[in-house]
Design a binder for this molecule. Sequence first.
Ligand SMILES: O=C[C@H](O)[C@H](O)COP(=O)(O)O
Ligand SMILES: C=C(OP(=O)(O)O)C(=O)O
Length: 450
Amino acid sequence: MSVEPDPAVVEGLDAWRGLNALQQPTWPDQDELARATAKLGQLPPLVFAGEADALRAQLAAASRGEAFVLVGGDCAETFAEATADNIRNKIKTILQMAVVLTYGASLPVVKVGRMAGQYAKPRSSGDETRDGVTLPAFRGDIVNGFGFTPEDRRPDPQRLLEAYHTSASTLNLIRAFTTGGFASLLRVHEWNRGFIKSPAYARYEVLAAEIDRAIRFMAACGADFEQLRTVDFYSSHEGLLLDYERPLTRIDSRTGLPYDCSAHFVWIGERTRQLDGAHVDFFSRVQNPIGVKLGPTTTTDDALALLDRLNPTGEPGRLTFVTRMGASKVRDLLPEIVEKVSADGRPVTWVCDPMHGNGFTSASGYKTRRFSDVVDEVAGFFEVHRALGTVPGGLLIELTGDDVTEVLGGSEEIDDDGLARRYETLVDPRLNHQQSLELAFQVAELLRQA
Ligand SMILES: O=C[C@H](O)[C@H](O)COP(=O)(O)O
Ligand SMILES: C=C(OP(=O)(O)O)C(=O)O
């Protein structure tokens, strides 16, 4: 039997339209937009509300220190790169990182892909000028094309539909990989195949051999491995483009309540978390677990007001604060926020994004980050939580399973000249496969200490 929604709840889902929505494109043709969003509203949901509830319970466990969350994937997914190889390599990288963390810290890892919907990007500037020509900035494949031509940069509502279909096929493959045997822990070695033989690769092989031995031992003792054959893997993205999120928000027939069925977990970005803005209003009305990015300008009052708006009843797992202060500031700025929010008593899951506070442009002109800063911000995050007796609940990382050269350092020692070798991101630099594994080993150590 399905529960009918309260009409006021349904009406409220459009209240954001009367508020200030930052970082939205200027769609040139409103009729075309209306046709595309109407079509989107008729298409099936991408995820089931019950799955979002299951993730909420796991995020709640992470807030208590009973699990650790790993969110990983591209800065900006692209339609062209939604290929089987790319998706498989990203999943393998996340599974490998999760195994390193689980084994190292004896904690379950909640695996969340920044995948199957991470197509919209906030930009510092609404346009871009090259050689005297000014065009709208690239806002992600869901809005416009990366090519620097007026045709490419024109916001095109058909892209909303293409984002939906590409997300659906990505999710389909994710589900096939994670439930069809590929992600079975009995194949822990296989996930390392095909990657370059690096120090992190070798270190992973040693760990995988230990896991194999432990599994053989347990098998000899008669253990049943059914649970090791599949993994729960969730999808997430920044809930930036409200013309996409709203049509994919559906009423759950079990409860009569709205869920944003574009992904299991959606977060509000640092640039769109205004208390009186459209994003906070919209996401306050959906039932999914929600994240909010907190950058270095966040005050404790901001954080407490966001808690009031997004989790007034203090439901465990509902609200994740993703802090991204920067390596040089995290130890100064994070303690007061964590202390005051913890004193409030309503639970929050604390996740560290060590990427977005550490970007800069290198001498050769590439947008980059230092691997050492990424590691340092994570270390600072753990130190702050340890000092306060609060729980460092997880990590959010921009990564790719490929051998790109976008972040400086790591054991490959990528330097400024090296960035040009394989710099492929369309917006922000990502850890490559090797750097991702290296980070996982370092975080496992921090978790063990914690
Ligand atoms: O991913 C984060 C932002 O979208 C990105 O850093 C903005 O980049 P910009 O400053 O090049 O616009
Ligand atoms: C834009 C992002 O981050 P932030 O909102 O923290 O800048 C992001 O995670 O892609």
